[in-house]
Write a protein that binds this ligand. Structure first.
Ligand SMILES: Nc1nc2c(ncn2[C@@H]2O[C@H](COP(=O)(O)OP(=O)(O)OP(=O)(O)O)[C@@H](O)[C@H]2O)c(=O)[nH]1
Length: 478
């Protein structure tokens, strides 16, 4: 014969009536409260052996504190929390208010009776086995290490998943991320048992459009920014999903938000799947949440380092490239010439330098205007580039002056290349003005010669080409 006194709390009239109808027989007396105020009043007046708080239809944004206060007032007396699987985010906060047991809803009649009986017989003291805490501590350390070497986002996400599978009983870990706002995707997954989550979810991207977004904890957590805990696959209300999870040996799934605003490109979730359902302590849930925050932080760092690289790339580009023609600028060109000279000396191969200058360019500007002159400079650079090999480097060394580093090339061969360029430019129609010509000087690096000395010799040869009547090539004296 039941001797204990119960108090059931839920704001919805029908749920209170249903609970009374189905479970009153488990208690000598069952009180029913419609809110925290009434429950507090009853607890002040009556002896209550078990307080059952059914979180269904409570709203965490304004009820959480009142419920926490109610649990705190119990001062350790038995509390059973019935928590919808999508509202598991309430658990860590309420567990901090006082010891409690929880059961993830929806629960069928048998499971709820078992949960109530367990609390009436041996109330939960809500501790964490030392081994589990040790495992979590080790995991946090591993995770921190994984994040120390933050580089590529996918790489970080994969390392996080591998580390997470160290959680005792875990059979799969995954990370979901908004790649672009509104498009959630499975960024990485790891499973010691070979489970492939993309098969279970039938896709790995556009997951906000998936019918499972309200059922699978990893997706629920990313969408709502709240923890979701499914301790029996059938509770999600998607029979096909439940079947395929059970088929893959999954009994429990926890989804943890990464902690960014939902919908932002940094939002997402961590998802852990276990082969066996069990209750978590407050310390464990806190650790899971902290791991998710850490993972979110790692991803943000990786995203930042990717942005930094892109920024650095742009800065480097701006610092090394001539804005008008897109070829190397003088400073960068001189640096490249130094490198090429070192390489030529190390491998004992020739390197040649070609210098050229557009003939009577002042007249082009004067006659057709500066913008046409600019376009002509771009065209000359393009035509020259089209004659060169990929290993040759075209440099805009001054206003209408260019240099070309020609690696692995003797003076004789460089002369042929220079001639080819001269002909190509002379034959090119230039938009908005007459065809134009160039004069060129060619030199091969001599033993012991410096980059400056080579440039001077080539410049002198170019001067001779000008004096020789322009539109021709001159070889530099050694
Ligand atoms: N449109 C344009 N003109 C430039 C640029 N840089 C230099 N120039 C012009 O290039 C011209 C070079 O003229 P000069 O050095 O007198 O030589 P030139 O007229 O080409 O005559 P020669 O070299 O003797 O054949 C000058 O009028 C400069 O203003 C540029 O970025 N855009």
């Amino acid at each position: 014969m039941a001797q204990q006194i119960g108090l059931f709390l839920n704001p919805v009239g029908q749920r209170r009536v249903d609970f009374q109808g189905m479970y009153a027989d488990m208690f000598a007396r069952l009180f029913i409260a419609d809110g925290t105020e009434q429950a507090t009043l009853l607890l002040g007046q009556e002896r209550v052996d078990l307080l059952i708080i059914d979180l269904e239809r409570f709203d965490s944004s304004f009820d959480l504190d009142a419920i926490a206060e109610l649990i705190a007032r119990r001062a350790g007396a038995p509390v059973l929390l019935l928590c919808p699987f999508i509202s598991a985010g309430w658990l860590p906060a309420l567990m901090k208010a006082g010891p409690l047991a929880y059961a993830i809803a929806p629960l069928d009649d048998t499971d709820l009776r078992v949960a109530i009986t367990a609390q009436l017989d041996t109330p939960t003291t809500s501790g964490t086995p030392a081994d589990d805490l040790r495992a979590l501590l080790a995991l946090r350390t591993r995770m921190q290490q994984a994040l120390l070497d933050v580089d590529d986002i996918t790489n970080v996400a994969e390392q996080i998943c591998v580390a997470l599978c160290d959680v005792p009983g875990a059979v799969h870990a995954s990370l979901f991320r908004m790649d672009v706002p509104g498009d959630l995707q499975l960024e990485a997954q790891y499973s010691p048992t070979g489970l492939n989550l993309a098969r279970v979810l039938h896709r790995s991207d556009r997951l906000l459009q998936s019918p499972l977004r309200h059922a699978f904890p990893g997706l629920v957590a990313a969408c709502s920014n709240e923890m979701a805990l499914l301790d029996a696959p059938a509770k999600a209300g998607e029979p096909e999903l439940a079947l395929s999870l059970v088929d893959k040996g999954v009994e429990m799934v926890i989804g943890l938000p990464l902690g960014a605003a939902p919908g932002s490109a940094l939002a997402g979730s961590l998802c852990l799947m276990f082969g066996r359902a069990r209750q978590f302590s407050c310390a464990e849930l806190d650790s899971f949440m902290a791991l998710a925050q850490l993972a979110g932080f790692g991803l943000r760092m990786a995203a930042m380092s990717r942005e930094n690289e892109a920024l650095l790339g742009r800065v480097t580009h701006l610092a090394t490239v001539d804005a008008l023609t897109g070829v190397a600028n003088r400073r960068h060109g001189e640096h490249l010439l130094e490198l090429e000279i070192k390489r030529a000396r190390r491998y004992k191969v020739p390197v040649a330098l070609i210098g050229f200058d557009i003939d009577r360019f002042k007249a082009i500007n004067d006659q057709f205007g500066h913008p046409v002159g600019d376009a002509a400079l771009r065209t000359v650079a393009e035509v020259t580039q089209s004659v060169l090999r990929a290993s040759d480097v075209l440099i805009r060394s001054g206003g209408e002056e260019f240099l070309i580093i020609v690696p692995h090339t003797s003076a004789i061969d460089a002369l042929k290349i220079a001639e080819k360029i001269r002909v190509a430019v002379a034959q090119t129609d230039i938009a908005g003005c007459d065809r134009l010509t160039i004069s060129l000087g060619v030199g091969q690096l001599a033993d012991q010669e410096s980059a400056d000395a080579l440039m001077q010799r080539v410049d002198a040869a170019l001067g001779r080409a000008k004096r020789a009547g322009r539109n021709c090539v001159e070889l530099a004296m050694s």
